[in-house]
Design a protein around this ligand. Sequence first.
Ligand code: HEM
Length: 418
Amino acid sequence: MVTTHGPDDSAEASYDPMRQFAELAGDVRDPYPMFAGIRADTPVMEVHFGAGFGGRYQRDEKAPPITSLFTVTSHALAQQVLTDNVRFSSAASAMTTGLVMGRTILGMDPPEHQRHRALVAKAFRARVLDQWSDTIIGATISELIDAFAGDGRADLIPQLTFPFPVRVIARILGLPEADWPRFLRLSTELIAVMRNWDRAVAAGHELRGYFAEIIADRRRHPHDDLVSQLIEAEVDGHRLSDDEIYPFLLLILPAGAETTYRSSSNLLFGLLSDPSQLAAVQADRGLVPQAIEEALRWETPALTVVRTATQDVELGGVHIPAGGFVAVSLGAANRDPRRYAEPDAFDIFRADKQHISFGDGAHRCLGMHLARLEMRVLLNAVLDRLPGLRLDPAVDDVHIHGLIFRSPPNLPVLFGPA
Ligand code: HEM
């Protein structure tokens, strides 16, 4: 039997995950002019730091100190880095979040990466997603909208987009509902690793203990959930050990919950800020998929992924030494004018709908089909159940912010007859 109450249940009552997330995003309203300025100057910019950069995140004492990083802002070069695992290694992620979560596929290089990814990918195949569509994703959205549909007003961030993906993940993992508040708190603390290291490490330990009980339970009594599927997944006679399953379970919290909450919020913000595009999608639901792709391009939820050069590399005319730290700005790449006409405009009818928000190459997001499905179910439910949806005119300064992650902190709306 799985424990349903943690040692510090009192912490749930006073903890405000929304504030934690708002602080984490950073209060930068519009980083795009800065990206455009850098890109116009050079597609790869070396940023120098003092010898102490990396600080507590650089725990590998044998590694040379990080004193600079190379920021990539062009779309073509971002793709080049992400699709070249030989010259650009993903091991850099082990220096940051990897230290909290343990070894995950995010920080692995080929051939280890392919082997490991093939095993966990089994739990995300199309047949499984179809199964989750109504039972988990549809049910979760309905219960959240039920709670405010009669009120005529809501703040769609705390009442809808924020709780939605964590609840979906809690259900996909098969966690008992009584555990959700604790799970939400621990997930948020883990994700906020760059803000509060010690709290994230403690949350990682607690979650690991919690997952250990769940895994032990599912080994005895398999359920129809992700944990059971991870236990049973087999490729070439190899199965995942418990020590390989824990880090993956920890990874899908930041990878799957935070990104999807922000991307859904940005989609709603884009449409609510342009009532003609909102009306077009309302009238023709066939436009929902392209609205989703455009929102992902226009406001990239997670702006940067990191790599390290495995050898001396020439990139965009800039020399990167072996061991150089490379920050690929997905946000800047998605607004590159050499790739997109009028890149700053939110335009669901644009011709080039491909974006790089899910990354590229071997590490391309494993959960992208789930994320798209969640966004589609959410937008359709909002359009079906909240007629006349519009921004609340009494609240001004509704905006998107953030430099590491981006999304609106609030989305106050009215609905019902205008
Ligand atoms: C809109 C939502 C999402 C965005 C923008 C996003 C973005 C990304 C990006 C950029 C990467 C590549 C990182 C790199 O190359 O270093 C990635 C990888 C990954 N994502 Fe997502 N993600 C989203 C949703 C999800 C969901 C819902 C899940 C699962 C529940 C998920 C699970 C993963 C995993 C496991 C990886 C690692 C893949 C690998 O290393 O092979 N993501 N994601």
